[in-house]
Design a protein around this ligand. Structure first.
Ligand code: COA
Length: 377
């Protein structure tokens, strides 16, 4: 409160702690922890399902638990036929994020235990969502290409199956390794906007599908997960490497934002960037990736020199996804396919917290306006 009865507005909820969480910690000096583990200790040493298990069950699995979890994810990957039909019926002009948002909502209709909000049912639902969001994304892609939808294979890991279903052919080991790293880095990030949206919905005791639908709609925005697609549009629009300087200086002169830069919390470099930079540099034997990387290095330097800000997750992850031959309109759906593990973990934590998230506002509108009946307006 400021003056008596008057509320102080924290614009954009900057630095406001909206609840306690044990899931992840975004440290402004440039560190990120999942359940107490520094991500630097996880990337390259664990597979993505290990991190999904960690987020949902709040501890790392042992070998047997991981094998069971992986098998469970694969068994849940296949979509109900009416969802595949619904995806087929969607106009190809729709953005994949719009289709994903609708189909995750439809998953709620297809859940036989939708009215069971017990802890056990929510854990089953969380696993199902972690398994099926990637499958929905792969199905949207295959349908748009008029290509058959591969059936998940038991001899593939969950992550291999995601790439297999998306591309239609078995992935190479190096591609799967890139995807594991990318999915781990995208899995969770404190009270980011989409996670907060999911928690607000869950705080009303609404179901998990509704909460994830809210999250997907929020991730789509270009200030959040939609930034990656904009990064690739910018990199393609720049054209030749020698045009970078003029293009970026021009945007900054016009006070325009450079997509994939800046962060609400980090005051130092985003800890995920060094991993992503490493991933894409390893892929520079591809001519296109090499050229994109060269442009990215130049952009980083110019933006840092002028604005003292750093790339965020979406900058180099765009290049990594491009190297996996993921079309740019699928960058945000891929992001959602990883962030789903963080969303469901936060939804479960929000149910445990059992408090309605409902802030107040400072009214700055008018009072005492004279009502005029419609016939006289
Ligand atoms: N390009 C150029 N300048 C940027 C910038 C960017 N991407 N991001 C922040 N800035 C500048 C702002 O212009 C502002 O400068 P000023 O103080 O001179 O006016 C300052 O940095 C603070 O930016 P602000 O937008 O107020 O910070 P925020 O915490 O509200 O916003 C983001 C954070 C992420 C929304 C913002 O950095 C952004 O829009 N980035 C681009 C989109 C993006 O990559 N999103 C993915 C986020 S993970």
């Amino acid at each position: 409160m400021t003056k008596k009865g008057e509320r102080a507005v924290v614009r954009g909820l900057k630095d406001v702690a909206a609840a306690e969480t044990k899931i992840s910690f975004v440290e402004p000096k440039g560190f990120l922890y999942y359940l107490g583990y520094n991500i630097d200790d996880l990337v390259g040493r664990v597979v993505y399902p290990e991190v999904a298990f960690l987020l949902i069950h709040k501890r790392l699995p042992n070998r047997q638990e991981l094998d069971q979890f992986n098998a469970c994810l694969i068994s849940e990957m296949k979509l109900p036929e009416r969802m595949v039909e619904s995806i087929r019926a969607t106009p190809k002009s729709c953005h994949p994020m719009d289709i994903l948002r609708t189909e995750v909502s439809r998953l709620g209709e297809c859940d036989p235990e939708n009215n069971d909000l017990s802890e056990a049912a929510n854990l089953r639902r969380a696993t199902r969502l972690v398994a099926r969001v990637p499958t929905i994304v792969a199905t949207i892609h295959r349908v748009r290409l008029d290509k058959p939808i591969p059936v998940p294979r038991e001899d593939f890991s969950f992550t291999e199956n995601f790439l297999y279903m998306f591309k239609g052919s078995p992935p190479e080991e190096a591609e799967t390794d890139v995807l594991h790293r990318l999915m781990i880095l995208q899995a969770d990030h404190g009270f980011n906007a989409s996670t907060f949206a999911a928690r607000v919905t869950a705080s009303t005791n609404s179901d998990m599908y509704s909460a994830v639908t809210s999250a997907i709609g929020t991730l789509k925005g270009p200030l959040h997960g939609g930034a990656g697609e904009k990064v690739m549009e910018m990199l393609d629009d720049i054209g030749l490497e020698e045009h970078v300087e003029e293009y970026i200086q021009g945007l900054l002169d016009e006070n325009k934002k450079i997509m994939g830069f800046g962060h609400r919390v980090y005051k130092a470099e985003d800890p995920r960037t060094k991993h992503l930079r490493g991933i894409v540099r390893n892929l520079c034997y591809r001519d296109r990736t090499n050229s994109l990387c060269n442009k990215c290095s130049k952009i980083e330097k110019i933006v840092h020199d002028r604005k003292k800000i750093y790339p965020n997750l979406d900058f180099y992850s765009a290049v990594a996804m491009d190297a996996l031959d993921v079309p740019k309109e699928f960058f945000t759906p891929f992001f959602a396919s990883s962030r789903i593990s963080g969303w469901v973990a936060h939804v479960i934590e929000q149910y445990e917290d059992a408090v309605l998230l409902r802030p107040s506002s400072k009214y700055v509108g008018e009072f005492g306006r004279k009502f005029i009946p419609i016939e006289q307006r």
